[in-house]
Design a protein around this ligand. Structure first.
Ligand SMILES: Cc1ncc(COP(=O)(O)O)c(C=O)c1O
Length: 419
């Protein structure tokens, strides 16, 4: 049996997370044996320039020496204690100093856990039940958040996964991103029972979709008016766009922030934090229960600290923005010259492709783009040494290790793919 057959015989769909099955790009999945810097090496020895970068954590590239050393040193001292360490306190202090709205924070093991805990906290704090999310935003796979826009006028949603009870899905209201009129209709009807509005401040799970001017500010005002908490899910944007959160750039202060990905440098981690009065609702001092055997795991914490310290020292964000925007400018110009209809939004080291005319400001716009050209471009790139995220809904991630040579090869190959 080959790896695909073995994987499919032992693991549902052959993967431990759905996008890895490559269904959205109509290809056979790849199998990786190692990675370094900007490269993945497949089991058959092919070297691929990686623009997926584990879906975001690896801003310093694969197997960065600081991170590897920190992991090795931590592992030698023990891989789990389930007792508080000084390193955990240090990581919390470092995050808090970079994101001041996180007056207190708790470490968890994934972004999903962070988002799930944020909801429970909001519900416990406000003593309200409903939450509002935006269609196309992803906040992990907990029941309440696995809900997309239904067609009902009030935005009452239907579950987007089998296994999520309708009664629970009905507590999740869904609104199109950037649609403040629609949002006001929902808030007029449900504001009195709204515990939280949760949003990716830059949406990066339906391709890259920016908040329109004033949108996040308005969310803050609406929450203040109706008494709901504002949750920023910065699992992707945290420490990706600047040393801190997207909130440091846009100046809007959420009540609760969720982090993950970069703060663990490629090891499993998440964090939920915010106003001290809200965070103090957590058990054991408060009535909102949350716990985790591996929360604050010393190996994850060591990898996270090493990553954040390197980012703090090198401050690579301007350089990341510069090189990613010049790659994207080159790709846009190739598309223009060849009459290819594509939008390539970019922010910092994030970019994505929408094969359609006109701006993309909502999930409906995203769904109006043609998935076929992306599949062909993905296949072309994979054949020619570039690994793009295996779905048109995922964003591409560049790292500090994507140097001029790598980016020039990428511009050529992706450009050829676009043509
Ligand atoms: C914005 C956002 N929130 C939450 C999550 C869930 O994080 P995890 O996959 O670590 O559970 C993700 C994962 O991609 C994400 O992008």
């Amino acid at each position: 049996m080959n790896l695909k057959q073995r994987a499919e015989a032992a693991i549902p769909s052959g993967v431990n997370s759905p996008v890895r099955a490559f269904k959205s790009v109509g290809q056979d999945p790849i199998y990786v044996r190692r990675a370094h810097g900007p490269y993945l090496e497949t089991v058959d020895g092919r070297q691929l320039i990686d623009f997926c970068m584990s879906f975001g954590p690896l801003i310093l590239g694969h197997a960065h020496p600081d991170v590897v050393e920190a992991i090795q040193k931590a592992a030698e001292k023990g891989t789990s204690f389930a007792v508080t360490t000084e390193a955990e306190i240090e990581l919390a202090e470092l995050i808090k100093s970079a994101i001041p709205s996180m007056e207190k924070l708790r470490l968890v093991s994934s972004g999903t856990e962070a988002a799930m805990t944020a909801l429970r906290l909001a519900r416990g704090f406000t003593e309200r039940n409903k939450i509002l999310k935006f269609s196309g935003c992803y906040h992990g796979h907990s029941d309440a958040l696995l809900v997309q826009a239904g067609s009902g006028v009030a935005g009452i949603a239907t579950a987007s996964s089998s296994g999520v009870p309708e009664a629970l899905a009905a507590e999740t209201l869904v609104c199109p991103l950037n649609d403040l009129d629609h949002l006001m209709d929902i808030v007029d009807e449900h504001g009195h029972d709204l515990a939280a509005i949760t949003v990716e401040p830059v949406a990066a799970n339906m391709g890259l979709v920016m908040p329109e001017e004033g949108f996040l500010e308005r969310l803050r005002e609406i929450c203040n008016l109706c008494g709901a908490l504002l949750i920023f899910d910065e699992v992707i944007t945290g420490f990706r766009l600047t040393f801190g959160g997207c909130q440091n750039i846009c100046g809007v202060k959420p009540d609760i922030t969720c982090l993950g990905k970069v703060i663990g440098g490629g090891m499993p981690i998440g964090a939920v934090g915010g106003r001290a009065d809200i965070m103090d609702m957590l058990a054991p001092n408060g009535p909102v229960y949350q716990a985790g055997t591996l929360s604050g795991n010393p190996v994850s914490v060591a990898a996270g600290l090493a990553t954040l310290r390197r980012l703090q020292k090198d401050d690579p964000y301007e350089e990341l923005e510069k090189k990613t925007s010049s790659l994207v400018a080159e790709l846009r110009s190739t598309a223009d010259l060849n009459g290819v209809t594509v939008q390539i939004p970019q922010l910092g080291s994030l970019f994505s492709f929408f094969f359609k005319e006109g701006p993309v400001t909502s999930f409906a716009d995203v769904q109006a783009s043609d998935p076929e050209p992306f599949k062909r471009m993905f296949a072309h790139c994979l054949k020619n040494g570039i690994y793009l995220p295996p779905s048109p809904f995922e964003v591409c991630f560049a790292s500090t290790e994507h140097d001029a040579n790598v980016l020039s090869k990428a511009a050529e190959t992706i450009g050829h793919g676009l043509r």
